[in-house]
Design a protein around this ligand. Structure first.
Ligand SMILES: *Cc1c(COP(=O)(O)O)cnc(C)c1O
Length: 393
């Protein structure tokens, strides 16, 4: 009999009842060190006092109003994002998937308004993940996501990851946009090099194609800058943001330049919940906290500490791990064993991690993780690695 909850997830048999900072507490009282953060969502950890205060205060005042009216909380968060990024304008969504939908629509409308309605091709990369809507699965194009779901939205062309020659050959006057994660998350914590990102930006400038960066997972301070592309010194035309920006409240945002967004006039897009006062109030506290230079510097410092310890962990388990990769507090352990086995072994050591593609174990701790918790996390990962290490004779 089908469960009352549609069984589309492979769930671990653990249920949490409470969260405190970097820790999750299960029904039986067991405390788990959380290196998954709800897949990079709980950027400030669980039950962060500033977020609890903002949410409670807003909840007593106003939850929802229609976008038929002005929403001051939305204007405040948009102003913050515009002040701290390349963007001139922001549209709020409830999820990452919805940001993919708007990014795609915006790119198509841009060329339509230029009198080039046939210019719809969007280049994406193998291993990409942009969400689960019919548009977003067409963009990613992987067999696993699209199989069985019928005709896909046309216009996407997937290119091999990291093959700049293939990219240079593919981009041209038919390219409407290039859509890329600066660091692939689901794809296995695969970072595009700063140089490759600059080459993509240059190719977009040459051909006129719009650059859409998907920073849903790698953005919001995760790499030690507010957004990952800042490391490469380039800016996108359109950027997708979600996950960490709500700190656990469902919130996403599409950021764009005035030129890229020019066609999105009244009536061309909308959302009932998108940009509701609760989400935007929380989002503003997250953005204010994370974008503070001291906070980002701390992320960078702690990332260095974690990475150093992980390099040592990899060196001491050469039959389990291959390498550390990623940037900031978005790190991956490329494994020689099935990463899912390490995730399961981690449950026995009360540490939460997430598997990703390309045989990678993902570590996405709260950006607020402490030095002591980093040391404890690596001790527990070491114990988990011992559990899965192939038997030696
Ligand atoms: C999670 C994710 C999405 C989709 O976000 P949802 O909120 O699950 O819809 C899109 N892009 C990237 C890079 C992601 O990591």
């Amino acid at each position: 009999m089908i469960p009352s909850v549609l069984p589309t997830y492979n769930r671990a048999p653990i249920a949490f009842v409470r969260g405190e900072g970097s820790w999750l507490v299960a029904e039986d009282g067991t405390r788990y060190l959380d290196l998954g953060s709800g897949i990079a969502v709980n950027a400030l950890g669980h039950a962060h006092p500033a977020l609890v205060a903002t949410l409670s205060e807003q909840a007593q005042r106003l939850w929802h109003v229609s976008n038929v009216y002005r929403v001051p909380e939305q204007e405040r968060l948009a102003d913050l994002l515009v002040a701290r990024t390349f963007a001139d304008t922001v549209f709020f969504t409830n999820s990452g998937t919805e940001t993919a939908e708007l990014a795609i629509k915006m790119a198509r409308k841009y060329w339509y308004d230029k009198g080039d309605a046939a210019r719809i091709e969007i280049l994406t990369f193998e291993g990409a993940f942009h969400g689960r809507s019919t548009g977003a699965i067409a963009a990613a194009g992987s067999e696993k996501m699209v199989k069985g779901f019928g005709p896909l939205m046309p216009g996407f062309r997937q290119l091999p990851w990291g093959d700049m020659a293939a990219f240079e050959a593919a981009i041209g006057p038919q390219t409407a946009a290039v859509m890329v994660e600066p660091i692939q998350g689901e794809g296995g914590i695969r970072a595009m090099s700063d140089d490759d990102l600059r080459r993509i930006r240059a190719a977009c400038d040459r051909t006129g194609a719009l650059l859409i960066l998907d920073e849903v997972q790698c953005g919001m301070g995760r790499t030690g800058r507010l957004f990952a592309h800042e490391w490469a010194g380039v800016t996108p035309d359109i950027m997708m943001v979600a996950k960490g920006i709500g700190g656990g409240f469902p919130l996403g945002a599409v950021l764009a330049t005035e030129a890229a967004a020019a066609g999105m006039t009244a009536g061309t897009h909308g959302s009932t919940y998108g940009g509701n006062p609760l989400g935007c109030a929380v989002g503003a506290t997250v953005v204010e906290t994370v974008s503070a230079p001291d906070f980002l510097a701390e992320v960078g410092r702690k990332a260095g500490l974690l990475r150093q310890k992980l390099e040592a962990l990899v060196a001491s388990h050469p039959d389990v791990f291959e390498a550390v990769r990623g940037q900031g507090l978005m790190l991956g352990l490329k494994c020689k064993v099935a990463p899912g086995d390490l995730v399961t072994a981690g449950y026995s050591e009360q540490i939460l991690t997430v598997a990703a593609a390309d045989n990678t174990l993902r570590l996405l701790p709260p950006l607020t993780i402490t030095d002591d918790e980093i040391a404890e996390a690596v001790r527990r990962l070491d114990a988990a690695a011992l559990r899965v290490a192939p038997a030696t004779s």
